[in-house]
Design a protein around this ligand. Structure first.
Ligand code: GRF
Length: 196
């Protein structure tokens, strides 16, 4: 069984879909979520971890002098739990070189658009969907990609499209995209863990 560590900052609906896939879906007997790490104590994702009896850790950025120390504290947790794959799931912090070097090609992220479009610094949450609507795109979607030292930049592992309809708002688009993310992320994880 491969061990997945999930980094979160918020709701964690993708975390939930990964947990479900490990319990009874396409990741059953392949992987398990062994730790959930959050930079926010109030992230609902932490409650999801608790409900599923998965160890969770709150790493408080404010208790470190530098960002690197904060990042090292996350690294220590991932190493302690002997994580094979790190999945970012709405993790709103920069991933530093210490993590990228320690987990080469083993850190992945999900982004709510068809990268390389609508990615990069500042492109997160509602900003992404607002930009897609403003550009009058006919389609959007989600992308799972490797994490490198630039925002939303590493190689794409899997993508899924959703149509953008004329009456879509950033809110309706966000809902549609999040829904397909829940299918896509476990599939992408399977591809990685099976080395395909
Ligand atoms: C998702 O839209 C994901 O693409 C982005 O952050 C959001 C996280 O949602 N990176 P959740 O916390 O998994 O519900």
């Amino acid at each position: 069984m491969k061990k997945i560590g999930v980094l979160v900052s918020g709701g964690g609906s993708n975390l939930e879909s990964i947990i479900e896939a490990c319990k009874s879906g396409i990741l059953k007997d392949i992987a398990l979520v062994c730790v959930v790490i959050s930079n926010r104590s109030d992230a609902y994702a932490l409650q999801r971890a608790k409900k599923n009896n998965i160890p969770s850790v709150f790493v408080d950025k404010n208790s470190f002098m530098t960002y690197l120390e904060f990042s090292d504290a996350i690294l220590r947790e991932l190493l302690e739990y002997k994580v094979d794959l790190v999945c970012l799931s709405g993790f709103m912090q920069k991933v530093e070189a210490n993590l990228i070097n320690a987990f080469k090609n083993k850190i992945i992220n999900i982004h709510p658009a068809l990268l390389p479009k609508f990615g990069g610094k500042g492109m997160y949450g509602h900003f992404v969907h607002e930009a897609v609507i403003a550009s009058k795109e006919s389609k959007s979607g989600a992308t799972v990609h490797f994490v490198d030292d630039q925002y939303d930049h590493g190689k794409t592992i899997a993508q899924i499209e959703v149509p953008v309809l004329v009456n879509d708002t950033s809110k309706t688009l966000a809902e549609k995209v999040l829904k397909v993310e829940h299918d896509l992320y476990p599939k992408a994880i399977k591809i990685i863990l099976e080395d395909k």
